[in-house]
Design a binder for this molecule. Structure first.
Ligand SMILES: [Zn+2]
Length: 252
């Protein structure tokens, strides 16, 4: 599901800026930072006044009992209409998590997800060399593409990816990803009772590349299908519609 945040009139922006200035001195404990950042998109349009960027958030939900048929999709892929114009895209992983996943496991799962998309286009989309930063936060517009675990205040939400882009030129300039710690995470090949990190990261990186969610049940096999559940691993590998969508943006 998409929540698009559009530019607000200057007068409203001034009020927002004043209220931000008034509350800027509140110190947020480190443990609550992810929660605080996660709340931001629900509360107000998120606009960076320096760069005039727009932001869209992709909320990945747990599969409901009856997901419905969704809209009939002709193609099983959908482009956001924004994409990266400067490649490769580098990213920073914060491996800190409450589920005893090692740094090596987390970086391995995320980089495997990135390479899955890379392998489907001759463009070098995601940089093979990622970095690890235990202070990297989700939801901070700083031109750093950050992936982190944190508490998102909705137990039906598995993960969120935010994408910032220029309204003119439709150029993606940043993405951030949050894996909601209200779900148990891990490797579903070893334990089917967990949310598979590589599975979800591959879906979310599709948003980071410029692909939208697909909710039609006739397309439920594709990586960009909008729902997931514990133990699911089918999104680790791309289906033809995912590849077609990617290649329409970055070439074969
Ligand atoms: Zn999604």
């Amino acid at each position: 599901m998409r929540h698009k945040h559009l530019i607000v009139p200057v007068s409203v922006l001034m009020i927002l800026l004043v209220s931000v200035a008034a509350t800027a001195s509140i110190v947020i404990p480190a443990a609550d930072k992810a929660k605080e950042n996660a709340k931001a998109p629900e509360n107000s349009p998120v606009i960076d006044e320096r760069w005039g960027l727009e932001r869209v958030d992709f909320i990945h939900y747990a599969r409901p009992e009856n997901p419905g048929k969704g809209q009939k999709a002709a193609t099983c892929y959908k482009l956001l209409g924004v994409k990266w114009k400067t490649l490769p895209v580098s990213y920073v992983i914060n491996p800190s998590n409450p589920y005893n996943m090692s740094e090596g496991f987390v970086t391995g799962a995320v980089s495997a997800s990135a390479e899955t998309w890379d392998a489907a286009t001759s463009a070098e989309l995601f940089n093979d060399a990622y970095s690890v930063d235990y202070s990297a936060d989700y939801g901070v517009q700083n031109f750093v593409n950050a992936l982190a675990f944190g508490d998102y205040p909705d137990s039906g939400v598995i993960a969120v990816t935010s994408v910032w882009y220029t309204p003119v030129g439709k150029r993606i300039v940043e993405f951030d990803m949050l894996f909601n710690t209200r779900f148990a995470w891990g490797d579903a090949t070893a334990n089917p009772a967990v949310m598979d990190l590589q599975n979800i990261a591959t879906h979310e990186l599709g948003h980071a590349a410029g692909l939208d969610d697909i909710y039609s049940t006739s397309c439920s096999a594709v990586t960009m299908y909008g729902y997931s559940s514990y133990g699911e691993m089918s999104k680790r590998t791309l289906e033809q519609p995912d590849v077609t969508g990617l290649q329409r943006m970055y070439g074969p």
